[in-house]
Design a protein around this ligand. Structure first.
Ligand code: TXA
Ligand code: MG
Length: 531
């Protein structure tokens, strides 16, 4: 199919030509203030079904019907509640879509089989004129191939739709940049199904309480019902795997500086490029959600054009219009988040080389919390758990001067497995508490924290870490290392190794496994760990 390009800037007949095509059941891509829409006569089932084919859109994902004046609303919906009237008065024409019970005149293909219909009155002058001249309401989803970022300029529409539809109107760039807010007025309380430039707070000033659907910032759980069918589909997804990195700019710079750069890129805010060693695409200004909304979809398309395979994105504010920005960005990232300064649990068998790995992590800017050290002081004078320990193991383990008789406690605690477990049950929670307090203080200062913990999994401390790393080495290697490190005989070294878990225990529980023996190389293995 030959696609006609219509340019209202230079052709005064452009909108009339578009209207003619639409009246005859054709498809025209039309600029709006949010994103470009792919329009057809909303009341013509045949014409509407062509939209789904052109986009490759699932047929149960309903379309938005566009009108040119508020008065046209009552031709489409069976009731116009007071809230709709108030919202229209304040935000129409503009980036707000209202979902209301539909009249029979709206065909099932337009409403995706639902008994409700989504309606909006766009502000864009070209869009408004095309609707008026066509004389019918226009069904128009975003004019992209289903699953790709919505198009916010003529070139993006052309890339996706040339050859698939009758005409494209070139109206330049869209100002808002993300699709309209979708609010349903069908329930007891108005509910935002898709955030946009009209925020819940802005609507609350007009109609009182407004709820926001969980799906705004979270993925739908398996089998969960999607109030807005569009939210359940893969969306806004470029070819690259995007990771949203939580943290400040300095933390982000440190995080990105560790990346190898091969096919890796960055999605950052304007002006940050100069600090970042990878290829950068910008998504508006930091602390300016409106400029981020305007730029986001263009930036996502640019990432693909640059051929990136992995992209690290800055984390925008979720406030105000930021809710709409994050709704789109998180979906494009398939909800993959990483902390620039995570808490890393580090464990492994004795002799495997945990300390060596901890040293290397420190060279990369991490700070270490040593759980062995905490364990040695957890029962020192004034410890809140000293008394509890005495209750279980006998009051005489505390000397008259208040200090712990360590040898006596050890004798009793290690006399049996049951007693050892009793001591662990008292000390582990306190060790975890202290280790986490130290780790959080480190991450708060903007550095990754490594909790070096031989009993990371046994104590349950791993549950509080963002991820865990285990260091492994074959038995022979560990034996040699222990004998050399501690200057002990083989028998004594073997006895120490015997009280530990098999290496499968660590490997099956850790997110990352570091092999610390020939021919493996430590540095390259560390590159795969996200800190
Ligand atoms: O800004 C926009 O809204 C753009 C421009 C072209 O107007 N249009 C747009 O349409 O974004 P589309 O089809 O890409 O997104 C429509 C969204 C989908 O998430 C869909 O599930 C939801 O609106 N929707 C449509 N009708 C609905 C209904 N009856 N109930 C609930 N959600 C509905
Ligand atoms: Mg869309």
């Amino acid at each position: 199919m030959e696609t006609l390009i219509l340019t209202p800037r230079t052709d005064p007949e452009a909108t009339a030509k578009a209207a003619e095509i639409l009246k005859n059941g054709g498809l025209v891509a039309v600029p709006t203030e949010t994103v470009y829409g792919l329009a057809a006569n909303a009341l013509d089932a045949e014409a509407v079904s062509k939209i789904y084919r052109a986009k490759g859109r699932p047929s149960d994902n309903p379309l938005i019907v566009h009108i040119s004046r508020f008065e046209e609303l009552e031709t489409l919906v069976s009731q116009v509640p007071e809230s709709a009237r108030l919202l229209a008065e304040k935000f129409w024409p503009g980036p707000l879509t209202m979902v209301l019970p539909k009249k029979d005149i709206v065909p099932g293909v337009t409403s995706g089989g639902l008994d409700t219909v989504a309606v909006r009155c766009p502000e864009n002058a070209v869009a408004n004129e095309v609707i008026r001249l066509a004389g019918v309401p226009l069904a128009a989803p975003s004019a992209n191939i289903s699953g790709l970022p919505s198009p916010t300029d003529f070139e993006a529409v052309y890339d996706d739709m040339n050859g698939r539809i009758d005409a494209i109107i070139d109206g330049g760039a869209c100002g808002v940049g993300v699709e309209s807010t979708v609010v349903t007025l069908c329930g007891d309380v108005p509910r935002v199904l898709r955030p946009g430039a009209v925020t819940p707070e802005m609507m609350e000033e007009v109609i009182g309480r407004v709820e926001t659907d969980e799906s705004a910032l979270h993925p739908l759980a398996d089998g969960e019902f999607a109030a807005s069918p569009g939210m359940k589909y893969k969306h806004y997804s470029p070819n690259a795997d995007i990771f949203v990195i939580r943290g400040t700019l300095p933390e982000f710079v440190r995080f990105v500086s560790r990346r190898t750069g091969e096919n890796e890129g960055v999605l950052c805010f304007e002006g940050e490029e100069k600090y970042l060693p990878l290829g950068c695409v910008t998504m508006g200004k930091a602390n300016d959600s409106l400029s981020q909304a305007e730029r986001l979809f263009g930036a996502l398309r640019e990432l693909d054009a640059r051929g990136f395979k992995r992209v690290y994105a800055r984390s925008p504010s979720e406030d105000g219009v930021g809710l709409a920005v994050c709704n789109r960005l998180y979906r494009s990232a398939a909800f993959r988040f990483l902390k620039a300064s995570p808490i890393i649990g580090l464990t492994g068998q004795t002799g495997a080389g945990k300390s060596t790995v901890a040293k290397l992590l420190e060279l990369d800017g991490c700070e270490t919390v040593d759980c062995d050290k905490i364990a040695r002081t957890v029962l020192s004078d004034g410890s809140p758990i000293l008394e509890e320990t005495a209750k279980v193991f006998g009051a005489d383990i505390i000397a008259p001067d208040g200090t712990l008789k360590r040898q006596l406690l050890a004798q009793r605690a290690f006399s049996s497995r049951v007693n050892a477990a009793k001591l662990d049950a008292i000390t582990h929670p306190e060790i975890i508490r202290r280790a986490l307090a130290q780790a959080k203080a480190i991450t708060k200062r903007g550095f990754p924290a490594v909790i070096d913990a031989p009993l990371l999994f046994e104590s349950g401390l791993d549950e509080f870490c963002d991820f865990s790393v285990t260091v492994v080495a074959p038995e022979k290697v560990r034996l040699r290392r222990i004998m050399r490190r501690d200057g002990i005989e083989e028998g004594a070294a073997r006895a120490r190794m015997r009280v530990q878990q098999e290496d499968g225990y660590y490997v099956s529980r850790a997110q990352y496994v570091i092999r610390n023996y020939e021919p493996y190389e430590l540095e390259s293995q560390l590159e795969g760990i996200p800190y």
